[in-house]
Every structure is written in C-alpha cells, then in structure tokens.
Design a protein around this ligand. Structure first.
Ligand SMILES: [Zn+2]
Length: 124
C-alpha cells in the first residue's frame, strides 16, 4: 500500500505522479472549468447556478477549502491532507470539487501562511 507520509509538499505536480490514474480527469476538468467560470464571474458571491456552478466560500491554505455547489445546493468541504485534496461530500479525490479546490490552491496558496482567509479577503 503506497503511503504518502514522507512526501514533501510540492508546487510542481505535473508529471511527477505518473502512476496516478488519469481516466477520471473529466470530472477534474469540470471543476477546473467551474473555477475559471467563477474567477471571471461578476457575481462571485452569487449562489445561483445561473451565475456560478461552484462558488468558493472559504479557503484555508493547505488545510481545507469550502465550496458551494449551486447544483447540489449544498456546501462542500474539501480537506487538504499533505497537499492532497479530498472531497468529504463525494468521498473522492478526483471529483469536480477537487478540481476546483486544486485550482484555488494554485491561485491563492502562494502566501503559505496557513491562516484562514475568507472569500472577502480573496476577492476584494
Ligand atoms: Zn466532490
């Protein structure tokens, strides 16, 4: 059983994880599209599916990301464990919410402060 307990956090995840399965990246891509959509949205706080498929509610660097899925009409908790995001709603690590969280992490995770940032801190 592979265990990532000794893996250092890495900002470069391109190609370094070659044994990872890639057959489900469509759902990850959906999350990435949703993130791009949200990023360009003029109503980043709107929880209407007409405005945003997924909304970022809260971002805590390297700890968790709280999303709102406007289609499911529910909050979705993404737990980040040693840099690996895990969706507590879908109980998966490769759903669209995880794709969204990965993008958020890449865009907002630069400060590495570990402090909690609300969406107001990020978008204002
Ligand atoms: Zn999910």
């Amino acid at each position: 059983m592979p265990d990532n307990s000794d893996s250092e956090e890495s900002d470069d995840n391109s190609g370094s994880d070659s044994q990872h399965k890639f057959n489900k990246c469509e759902t990850l891509d959906e999350g990435i599209f949703a993130f791009m959509h949200w990023l360009n949205s003029e109503n980043k706080k709107s929880l209407s599916p007409d405005d945003n498929p997924i909304v970022l509610l809260k971002f805590v660097n390297d700890e968790c990301t709280i999303l709102y899925d406007t289609n499911l009409k529910t909050e979705v908790d993404i737990e980040i464990n040693k840099g690996v995001p895990y969706c507590k709603y879908c109980k998966q690590d490769d759903c669209s919410h995880v794709g969204f969280a990965i993008e958020a992490e890449q865009l907002f995770g630069h400060s590495r402060s570990g402090k909690e940032e609300t969406i107001e801190d990020i978008i204002l």
